[in-house]
Design a binder for this molecule. Structure first.
Ligand SMILES: Cc1cc2nc3c(=O)[nH]c(=O)nc-3n(C[C@H](O)[C@H](O)[C@H](O)COP(=O)(O)O)c2cc1C
Length: 154
């Protein structure tokens, strides 16, 4: 049986966002046994990473009313290599947003739609002052997504 690959792309410019990525990774690790997990920062991702994965978990912050620059840069660099080659890619998204997050959610949903990626649920927005509950929310998302990918649900 060919093992599936989950690609986790995170942008972690702060201590809180690094904690969130670690919580998400810990849940992925604990919910799966037979999944190849690749975790990369958005700036380090090349188009081939997504072409080679079976599921994508994308974490970004919202800055100045849009997704983080390094997240946008990823789409700027790779969009046309993914267009038509990644149709149906199961995708989950979480957004750390100190104030809002809706513009980033809308933009990523539109880009995912343009690429024919399959968002397994609407982007999770972690909005407002940081609370520990965010860690449980990203863990739930990471665990559900990875377990579903491994089991063939997605
Ligand atoms: C320059 C700058 C611009 C920001 N703009 C937004 C914004 O437009 N919308 C929003 O929801 N949060 C905004 N934030 C807050 C960040 O989303 C938040 O600080 C980031 O996700 C890291 O989370 P943390 O503060 O819990 O570490 C901004 C932060 C910075 C530093």
């Amino acid at each position: 049986m060919q093992l599936k690959t989950l690609l986790f792309i995170s942008h972690t410019p702060s201590e809180n966002t690094a904690i969130l990525a670690n919580s998400c990774m810990a849940a992925i690790d604990s919910f799966t046994e037979d999944l190849i997990i690749t975790h990369k920062s958005s700036g380090d991702v090349v188009s081939q990473d997504v072409l080679a994965c079976d599921g994508l978990l994308l974490a970004t912050t919202e800055n100045i009313g849009y997704m983080a620059g390094l997240t946008k840069d990823l789409f700027d660099r790779c969009y046309y290599e993914w267009l038509g080659t990644t149709d149906g890619l199961p995708t989950a998204v979480y957004i750390r947003a100190g104030l809002d997050g809706t513009a980033t959610s809308r933009a990523i949903s539109q880009i995912a739609s343009g690429l024919s990626w399959r968002l397994i649920r609407p982007p999770l927005i972690l909005k407002g002052d940081y609370i520990q509950q965010f860690e449980e929310q990203v863990a739930e998302l990471g665990g559900a997504f990875s377990a579903g990918l491994e089991s063939g649900l997605f």
